[in-house]
Write a protein that binds this ligand. Structure first.
Ligand code: ATP
Length: 241
C-alpha cells in the first residue's frame, strides 16, 4: 500500500531524513518511534506532500506520489491528523467535519456527506452532543476525536497520525487508541502513527520502527519490539511490557 524507498529530505543544508525506507501493508498499522527531533513529523509531512524530498520515492497504491502537491495526495486517499490536532477553532464541530469531506464535495452529493457525518457521530457520540460548539472550546481529547473524525470524512485508505496521545489523560488515550484500532480492524484503513507513548502504540500496531537522527535503525513486529531490551531501555522506561 505504501512503500518508501531511500527518501532524503533537507531543510536548507540540514539533512533531516537519510535514506529512509519503509513499507506499510494494506489494512495494517505501523508505529514510528523516535526521540525528539529524529525526523518523525518530517517523514509524515513528506508523505503528505507538504515537504518535497531531495531524492527517493514514495509509492502509494502503486503510484509515485513524492512530487505531487498535497491536495492531490489527499484525493488519492491519504489523510493526516497533525500533531496538536489543528482543528479550526472558530468553526463548529460539524463544519470542521464537513471540511474533511471538501475534496469529495464536487464529486458526491451532500446526502452522502450527511450520512458520513452520522457515522462519525456514531463513532464519537461526544462530537454529536457538541456538534454546534466552537471547536476551539473543546477539550484536548474531544479535539483529537474531531481531528480523527475530520480525517475519516475524506474517505481515506491511509491515515497518518502524528502523536495522537500528546497531552491527553490516560483514560482518554485508551479511548483514542481503541478508536484507531477500530478504524483499522472494522474500516480496513491503514495507519501510520508517530507516537511517544511507545507501549500503547505498539499494543495496537502490527509493526514498529525506530527513527534515530533521520535513519531507520530498528524495524519489526510490534510483539518482538515490545520485548526488545534496547527498545525497552530507550522508549519503555526499561521495564518489560
Ligand atoms: P518531535 O518528536 O520533537 O516532534 P520529530 O521527530 O517529529 O520531533 P521533526 O519535527 O521532523 O522531528 O524535526 C526533525 C529536525 O528537523 C529537527 O532538528 C528540527 O529542528 C528540524 N526541522 C523541522 N522543521 C523544520 C523547518 N521547517 N525548518 C528547519 N528545520 C526544521
Amino acid at each position: 500500500m505504501l512503500e518508501i524507498r531511500n527518501l532524503n529530505v533537507f531543510y536548507d543544508q540540514v539533512h533531516v531524513l537519510k535514506d529512509v525506507s519503509l513499507r506499510l501493508e494494506k489494512g495494517s498499522c505501523l508505529t514510528l518511534l523516535g526521540a525528539n527531533g529524529a525526523g518523525k513529523s518530517t517523514l509524515i509531512n513528506a508523505i503528505c506532500g507538504l515537504i518535497g524530498p531531495a531524492s527517493g520515492s514514495i509509492v502509494f497504491a502503486g503510484r509515485e506520489i513524492s512530487r505531487l502537491p498535497a491536495y492531490r495526495i489527499v484525493g488519492l486517499g491519504i489523510a493526516q491528523v497533525p500533531e496538536g490536532r489543528q482543528v479550526f477553532a472558530n468553526m463548529t464541530v460539524r463544519d470542521n467535519l464537513r471540511l474533511g469531506a471538501y475534496a469529495r464535495l464536487s464529486k458526491e452529493g451532500k446526502k452522502d456527506i450527511q450520512a458520513d457525518l452520522e457515522k462519525v457521530f456514531d463513532m464519537f457520540p461526544r462530537l454529536r452532543e457538541r456538534k454546534n460548539q466552537l471547536s476551539g472550546t473543546l477539550s484536548g481529547g474531544e479535539q483529537q476525536m474531531l481531528a480523527l473524525g475530520r480525517a475519516i470524512m475524506s474517505h481515506p485508505k491511509l491515515i497518518l497520525l502524528d502523536e495522537p496521545s500528546l497531552g491527553l489523560a490516560p483514560l482518554v488515550v485508551s479511548y483514542i487508541f481503541e478508536m484507531i484500532s477500530r478504524l483499522r480492524q472494522e474500516g480496513g484503513i491503514s495507519i501510520l502513527m508517530v507516537e511517544q507513548n511507545a507501549r500503547a502504540a505498539l499494543r495496537i500496531a502490527n509493526r514498529g520502527c525506530v527513527l534515530e537522527t533521520g535513519r531507520i535503525t530498528m524495524e519489526g513486529l510490534s510483539s518482538e519490539l515490545i520485548n526488545n531490551p534496547e527498545l525497552q531501555k530507550a522508549f519503555l522506561g526499561g521495564s518489560r511490557a
